[in-house]
Design a protein around this ligand. Structure first.
Ligand code: GRG
Length: 315
């Protein structure tokens, strides 16, 4: 259940540490996105059979906020890790996320025509190739982490690989999607069910992104627990904002069909709490997330600013 006792004073204190006022989130995100895009660009080389590589690259390079990779890089950096340690996992997270979007858009699932401002994968390549492009990205993600990570002891790397698997499997995205499909058309979906769907569909991969970066850098168990609480809160807040944006944003802003949840009479956070109530819940979660990081003082400024971005974003 969402707890709304937000430690706002503590959060403000932690953000007033030296360096916070000069931190520019927009350039930070732009710079990280550029680095991630460059690494992704290099990660898949088109070879025979070209069609499948083209289809994989079509969705992978279609844009997107790159939030999962950026979170992974940021937590790795928090514990003094380096890009060669974190970038392969960051890329793998984006490959997994992209595959889940490709499959989510299929006629058998959400049946969407647009994603990231472009036609969906199956609209361009056909359903058969879109399914295979998703499969190809998913499998390659695990190979990519295993082969390209540098400077991380094998035991830590194995933990990350296991956590990625856990986030994708029936314990994560797949499980959340199954319950989401089951709830389609139901009028009396309980808030607990909604939380289950989103903590699995959306939260699991965001949490794995944050946790993985820290593990790659060799963070202590107490740090991992703190980051897991930060991640759980921003994962849920992210989804609440996603539901709000489905109502308030345009197709151009979203890069995908807007108003789909309302049209499908889907249970969403705004349908349970209203838009204003949902905004307040999201803000309370973000305040709690940021408070978890106060102990890291100015080193946590990027992760705190990213938490704010989750509620402030318009797409
Ligand atoms: C993972 C094996 C496997 C199958 C997929 C289809 C499916 C099972 C799960 C659905 C997962 C899904 C699409 C969840 C929605 C997550 C979400 C909020 C997506 C939007 O994320 P943003 O806003 O998108 O970060 P960009 O485009 O910016 O990356």
């Amino acid at each position: 259940m969402i707890s709304a006792n937000s430690p706002q004073t503590e959060t403000k204190q932690s953000l007033s540490v030296k360096g916070a006022s000069s931190f520019d989130l927009r350039s930070y995100l732009e710079e990280r996105r550029r680095l991630v895009d460059q690494a992704l660009e290099r990660s898949i080389v088109v070879t025979y059979p070209e069609k499948i590589y083209d289809a994989m690259r079509y969705s992978l390079m279609a844009g997107g906020k790159r939030l999962r990779p950026i979170l992974c890089l940021a937590t790795c950096e928090l514990f003094d890790g380096t890009l060669p340690m974190s970038m392969p996992t960051a890329c793998a997270l984006e490959m997994i996320h992209t595959m889940s979007l490709i499959h989510d858009d299929l006629p058998a699932m959400d049946n969407d025509d647009y994603r990231r401002g472009k036609l969906t994968n199956h609209k361009v390549y056909g359903e058969d190739i879109a399914i295979l492009a998703g499969d190809g990205l998913l499998a390659y993600a695990f190979e990519y982490v295993a082969v390209h990570t540098q400077g991380v002891p094998a035991e830590q790397l194995l933990k990350v690989v296991a956590r990625l698997g856990h986030a994708v499997a029936a314990t994560g995205l797949v499980g959340g999607q199954v319950i989401d499909l089951e709830c389609e058309g139901l009028k009396d979906v309980q808030v607990e069910t909604l939380h289950f769907i989103h903590s699995h569909k959306t939260g699991a991969l965001l949490e794995a992104s944050i946790w993985s970066g820290a593990v790659l850098a060799g963070a202590e168990p107490s740090d991992l627990q703190r980051l897991s609480r930060y991640a759980g809160n921003i994962g849920l807040a992210f989804q609440i904002v996603d539901d709000i944006l489905d109502i308030t944003a345009t197709q151009e802003e979203l890069g995908k069909t807007a108003g789909k949840d309302l049209k499908a009479q889907k249970a969403t956070y705004p349908s349970l709490w209203g838009i204003e109530g949902s905004r307040q819940q999201a803000q309370a979660l973000i305040d709690e997330a940021k408070a978890e990081l106060a102990i890291y003082a100015e080193k946590a400024i990027p992760l705190m600013a990213i938490a704010d971005f989750v509620t402030a974003r318009t797409h």
